[in-house]
Design a protein around this ligand. Structure first.
Ligand code: HEC
Ligand code: HEC
Ligand code: HEC
Ligand code: HEC
Length: 459
């Protein structure tokens, strides 16, 4: 009998544990320096199951840009007026399939009079067109050439699957539990941790008023230091949201030996830095001003509008729709149109993160100087970073490992630096921003890390 109990207990605990782990094999991809744990783990079966969500729908055939303009033919076109009638109708058809595939044109229009603005959905949609154009034109620092369409957030739903509302105060004093201070519940928004479940109101509501997202104080003594445990908890909560929204772990952006260091961080951290500002800009510039337009049933518990965060676009992958370049097929979303397009410009005075030190390490096979997949990823990331930071210049240092003769190694290191320079040029980096350093070979060890080209920022 006791034995039976024991077996049952073992079985039960095994079952309980089995629910918390995922069956191997897992896939891992090294993405930073060796020995720093900068590696991303993914479960190929989960990836396969969710693949359909991250696929971009095919684009309808292009329409002619010639012929009369929409503003000359229709009565109430305030934003998309400069499109040809053909392109305008193509845009309406695409928008319908992205937002309201079941309801059709009637989701936004009174079909008796298409010019009328009687449905709130049409008023919202017009602002959303401006918001999408603003993203593609002014936030290239984040969305790059990939860009966004309505589908990036909506995926066939009128209300995007991932958005947030302000948390209401949860004072449970009358149950003797006290106020939970907005935390201590396993919340999905922050990766099922018990961290504060609404770090968003502080950091993502308005890009002009973001408190420091920091843990370390900037002064040695506590005088005036606002980086308390509370700030730390909010910072970590936001970080959990960012990591889970992108389906990555912390080392996708940070080198875990110094979370605060920009120098050792991956270039993706800079993209994320812009992302935080971009989201605040979307929420304060577009969503919050629409609060009065939405009917009450669309608003949150404290009467606020549904807002954007990282998960709204990313939905679990590091690049929305796995980086599919969907926006390029929709000219309507790539320019800022319309007389009434009163959109907030990207903040010109946004502080530029300090870009210093090694931007990337391009690794090579033994005896080779051509770029493999890792190398191409690193070069691409560096080119993106350089495109959005025109003041930064770079130096390239080529290295070879110690195997082989000194002459051959110096030549190899040089060829590697040339290969990276050519790839950067092909990626749009002007040649006069690239300096080539004297090639070197590494005396000790023959680690793969020795066969590299370092891309180093030099302002
Ligand atoms: C998600 C909302 C939405 C859906 C669905 C939608 N439209 Fe529109 N439609 C708009 C908006 C917004 C405008 C105004 C655009 C502007 O101001 O630049 C507009 C304007 C128009 C106009 C110009 C009317 C005028 O005289 O001013 C036509 C025509 C039109 N849509 C046709 C269609 C058709 C056909 C469909 C279905 C295939 C459709 N729309 C589906 C939002 C929508
Ligand atoms: C997608 C990129 C990204 C991921 C993933 C990420 N972070 Fe961050 N992290 C950032 C950025 C960007 C900042 C700086 C934010 C700012 O200043 O606006 C930051 C700041 C921090 C800070 C504050 C450092 C300081 O200066 O005091 C800590 C601590 C931190 N992150 C921890 C983590 C942890 C822990 C994880 C994993 C749960 C994580 N981060 C995941 C991008 C990321
Ligand atoms: C960055 C993400 C994002 C993008 C891109 C985006 N939307 Fe939205 N959309 C939202 C959010 C968030 C809401 C608010 C949902 C709520 O509170 O009901 C919303 C709401 C709407 C609604 C109201 C739906 C309803 O039933 O209440 C319409 C219509 C809409 N969007 C149309 C569009 C169109 C058209 C485009 C492309 C031109 C677009 N959206 C692009 C995030 C986005
Ligand atoms: C409006 C949609 C949208 C929102 C909201 C958004 N992103 Fe992105 N993000 C993108 C797009 C599009 C790309 C792909 C850009 C490219 O191809 O280089 C991207 C790329 C990134 C990358 C680079 C990934 C890589 O593999 O190089 C990081 C990191 C990132 N986003 C972090 C964030 C964080 C953190 C947030 C929330 C604070 C956020 N994003 C919110 C659209 C969005």
């Amino acid at each position: 009998m006791i034995r039976l109990f024991k077996i049952t207990a073992v079985l039960l605990s095994t079952m309980a544990l089995a629910a918390c782990w995922e069956r191997p094999p897992m896939e891992s991809k090294q993405q930073g320096y060796r020995g720093t744990g900068m590696v991303q783990i993914s479960n190929p079966r989960t990836v396969a199951e969710t693949a359909a969500l991250h696929e971009a729908p095919p684009a309808p055939p292009a329409a002619s840009a010639d012929g009369p303009k929409a503003k000359d033919v229709y009565q109430n076109v305030q934003v998309l007026g400069d499109l040809s009638v053909g392109e305008f109708v193509r845009t309406m058809t695409s928008i319908t399939s992205w937002i309201a595939p079941q309801e059709g044109c009637a989701y936004c229009h009174n079909l008796q009079n298409l010019a009328e603005d009687s449905k709130y959905t049409k008023v919202v949609a017009r602002k959303m067109v401006q918001m999408t154009q603003h993203l593609n034109v002014d936030w290239k620092n984040h969305v790059a050439a990939t860009g966004v369409t309505c589908y990036t957030c909506h995926r066939g739903n009128a209300v995007p699957a991932n958005l947030w509302f302000k948390a209401t105060s949860n004072n449970q004093g009358r149950y003797m539990l006290g106020d939970d201070a907005g935390q201590n519940k396993a919340a999905k928004s922050v990766g099922l941790t018990s961290l504060p479940y609404d770090p968003f109101s502080a950091y993502l509501l308005d890009n002009k008023a973001i408190p420091d997202i920091r843990v370390n104080g900037t002064t040695a003594l506590p005088t005036g230091n606002r980086h308390s445990i509370k700030q730390a908890e909010h910072t970590y909560a936001l970080m959990m949201h960012m990591a889970t929204s992108l389906g990555v772990n912390c080392t996708f952006c940070h080198n875990a030996n110094a979370l605060q260091s920009w120098q050792n961080a991956a270039p993706q951290r800079v993209t994320a830095w812009y992302g935080i500002r971009m989201v605040g800009d979307l929420n304060s510039g577009f969503l919050t001003p629409l609060t009065g337009t939405f009917p009450p049933n669309r608003l949150g518990p404290s009467g606020d509008v549904g807002k954007v965060y990282c998960a709204t676009c990313h939905q679990g992958v590091n690049k929305p729709l796995n980086g599919a370049q969907m926006a390029k097929d929709y000219p309507a979303l790539l320019y800022k149109g319309g007389v009434s397009a009163q959109v907030t410009a990207a903040p010109a005075d946004a502080p530029v993160p300090d870009i210093n030190g090694i931007l990337g390490k391009v690794l090579f096979e033994v005896g080779k100087s051509d770029l493999g997949p890792q190398a191409q990823d690193v070069v691409k990331a560096a080119a993106t970073l350089l495109a959005s930071n025109p003041a930064v210049k770079i130096a390239l240092s080529g290295y070879a490992d110690k195997t082989g003769s000194a002459d051959a190694n110096l030549e190899l290191a040089k060829q590697r630096a040339f290969a990276v320079r050519d790839a950067l040029k092909a990626g749009g980096v002007a040649e006069d921003r690239i300096e080539l350093k004297k090639p070197e070979f590494v005396v000790g060890g023959s680690e793969s890390d020795a066969r590299r080209v370092e891309i180093v920022a030099a302002r």
